[in-house]
Design a protein around this ligand. Structure first.
Ligand code: URA
Length: 251
């Protein structure tokens, strides 16, 4: 496959722009700067970088973003900053989309991919991947929340949530960890509102068997390897282990 073809299928740059970038020496193949757009590359055998970013030869791309507050989970929203604004052009493939959503004021782990089948698998109602949220409440945690959440909360509009797991983060008064296997609109916020509290901060700290990496700064993203993708989809972190992590972060 031609180098410009390879890059055009894996980035948002036009073929014309790519030819300019290649001509300027912005591309390396196997560590060597190249300047010919028609150079032949093999997606699985050669390693290609553009502006210093490795361009995966894999068919699908999986990007993990540490979402900050103030960005909407959408491809395009007039007048708003979207999570796509945080993805470097070198990683922005044409069909890349967020899997599920985090509210504008929520932070934490957001997966983006162009692998529609995997996105569907994560969101499928019958086998929804577990999502773990750390929340800070406006008022102290009450022990009755645990049982209410385990029994299934009824939201203010009468919609009933599936039974879920929640626990106070030890050593705190107002922080809790909650695990959901479904994704209703503003679900965590509305669950605590239904119990008379208010969520001040909400961070997604893990999905399936994958934690938000401690060394991924807010607003930054990184690509996931197949092993991490499989962890996310096929494994599940122990609630108690994550609760312990939350405790360590707080102290
Ligand atoms: N539940 C919410 O209320 N907000 C989120 O962003 C995610 C889950």
């Amino acid at each position: 496959m031609r180098l410009d073809q390879f890059l055009s299928a894996r980035t948002m740059y036009s073929r014309k722009k790519l030819r300019q970038l290649i001509g300027k020496g912005a591309v390396t193949v196997d560590g060597q700067t190249v300047t010919r757009a028609d150079l032949s590359v093999h997606p699985e055998k050669n390693s290609v970088t553009l502006n210093g970013t490795a361009i995966s030869g894999d068919r699908y791309l999986y990007v993990l973003l540490h979402k900050p507050k103030g960005y909407v989970t959408s491809l395009h929203e007039p007048g708003q900053k979207t999570v796509m604004d945080l993805i470097p052009l070198e990683l922005c493939r044409k069909d890349l989309c967020p899997v599920g959503r985090l509210d504008k004021d929520s932070t934490g782990m957001l997966l983006l991919t162009d692998d529609g089948q995997l996105a569907h698998q994560i969101m499928a109602v019958r086998r929804h991947t577990a999502k773990f949220y750390r929340v800070t409440l406006a008022r102290p945690w009450e022990d009755t929340y645990r049982e209410q959440i385990a029994a299934g909360i009824t939201l203010a509009d009468g919609i009933r949530c599936q039974p879920a797991q929640a626990e106070k983060v030890p050593g705190t008064d107002r922080d809790a960890l909650i695990c959901l296997r479904e994704g209703k609109y503003h679900q965590v916020r509305r669950m605590f509102a239904a119990m008379g509290n208010h969520v001040e901060d909400l961070e997604r700290v893990a999905m399936g068997g994958l934690k938000l990496p401690a060394d991924l700064p807010v607003g930054k993203c990184r690509t996931l390897c197949q092993k991490d993708v499989q962890k996310l989809v096929k494994e599940e972190i122990e609630f108690a282990e994550l609760l312990q992590n939350c405790r360590e972060v707080s102290s």
